[in-house]
Design a protein around this ligand. Structure first.
Ligand SMILES: Cc1ncc(COP(=O)(O)O)c(C=O)c1O
Length: 378
């Protein structure tokens, strides 16, 4: 039976073109890219090309890209660098709906004596920029606010947010792990100091990411070691995965408009049909202001976890909230922050589509899902 994979915010399938580009790095361009022999230089050229491709995708310069091991590292490294550069300040502003890569790092900072402001969101998952303005003090070193939410897909007005923060001379980081590859981002237009992305959300393998560091933004390495990444990250470069990320970025950016529309059409069709056929179900998050691929459903009086298991029996992969939260019956912090009532919150289910999602797969979901909910409610 074919698998209907609707859990792309957790991770995506590696694109075959990405695999093809990466494979020669295992048996041909395997030398250390720091090597001064010709094979080492060829490996270095591969990394340089990947850096150019990622930079092109973000409309920035290649020197502003630091390759990392994942989105979590990028998030941690950006906040760490910002705080290191402003040792006299001890206030950080973030939101209640960030990924644990930011939230738990902030909790650790709190234990170390930093003051953290966790901004609220409204019931549609939107952020009030007045609340942000009021939270900024002369003591604020850095603001870290995500570009788009991994559970609901809600997109924050990051350009406006960055402007507000930069007007006060405060450093700004955005976790764009869910946004990159799904929406066009230009670092010429977005005045952020740091931006994090992760390969496995855009059809590259798990275990590679990148951090954009604006040319004049302060930076100190998070991983201390050799002088790789122009002294910004120690550790021998993961040539195959960096090359993969470069190719994935190129594919995402070249096909963005076309894929955006394809995914959006499927997603909206799926939502309309499911809302018609499942009583007492609703969408979490602003319906207009969202990533095109993400649907978070709240279904009254069922357990999201149980529904996910039932869907799995039909080879449909979905997720009950964020991937890292699966297994817990506690509504996720995102749903709590949005004030989703408990009877709905525990029945929350996320479907996330990708360029590989087909109309047939959505039809298959539409055939199975309403019946499963009806059965469980009995
Ligand atoms: C918004 C967001 N930030 C950060 C991360 C962490 O990325 P990684 O899994 O590459 O560490 C994720 C992963 O789910 C995410 O969705």
């Amino acid at each position: 039976m074919t698998i209907v994979y609707l859990d792309n915010n957790a991770t995506t399938k590696v694109d075959p073109e990405v695999t093809e580009e990466m494979l020669p790095c295992f048996d041909k361009f395997y030398p250390n890219p720091s090597g001064t022999h010709s094979l080492g230089k060829q490996a270095r050229e591969k990394i340089d090309l990947a850096r150019q491709r990622v930079a092109q995708g973000l409309d920035c310069s290649p020197e502003e890209i630091v390759f990392t091991s994942c989105g979590t590292e990028g998030d941690n490294a950006a906040i760490n660098a910002a705080l290191n550069s402003r040792p006299e300040k001890n206030h950080v502003v973030t939101t209640k709906v960030e990924h644990p890569a930011v939230l738990n790092y902030c909790r650790l900072l709190e234990e170390k004596g930093y003051r953290i402001t966790y901004l609220d969101v409204d019931t549609a998952g939107n952020l009030d920029t007045e609340q942000l303005k009021n939270s900024l003090t002369p003591d604020t070193a850095v603001v870290s606010i995500m570009y788009a939410n991994n559970e609901t897909g809600v997109v924050f007005p990051v350009s406006r947010i960055a402007e507000i923060v930069k007007e006060k001379g405060i450093l700004f980081h955005t976790d764009a792990v869910q946004a990159v590859g799904k929406t066009r981002i230009s670092m010429q237009e977005l005045p952020a100091d740091y931006l994090t992305l992760s390969g496995h959300k855009l059809h590259a393998p798990k275990g590679v990411g990148a951090l954009f560091v604006r040319r004049n933004a302060p930076f100190s390495p998070f991983i201390i070691g050799g002088s790789q990444e122009y002294g910004r990250r120690g550790g021998t470069e993961n040539t195959p995965f960096i090359v993969a990320l470069g190719k994935a970025m190129e594919l995402a950016v070249n096909n963005l408009e076309h894929e955006y529309q394809h995914i959006l059409n499927l997603r909206d069709y799926m939502e309309d049909k499911l809302l018609q056929s499942i009583p007492e179900a609703r969408i979490n998050g602003d319906r207009c202001n969202r990533l095109p691929n993400t649907s978070s459903f709240a279904i009254k009086d069922v357990s999201g976890e149980d529904v996910v298991l039932k869907l799995d029996e039909h080879s449909i992969c979905a997720s009950a909230g964020a991937a890292c939260k699966a297994g817990s019956m506690e509504p996720s912090p995102v749903l709590k922050a949005m004030g989703v009532p408990f009877h709905y919150a525990k029945g929350c289910l996320r479907f996330s589509l990708s360029r590989f999602t087909t109309a047939n797969e959505i039809e298959f979901l539409l055939q199975k899902f309403p019946g499963i909910v009806e059965e469980m409610r009995k």
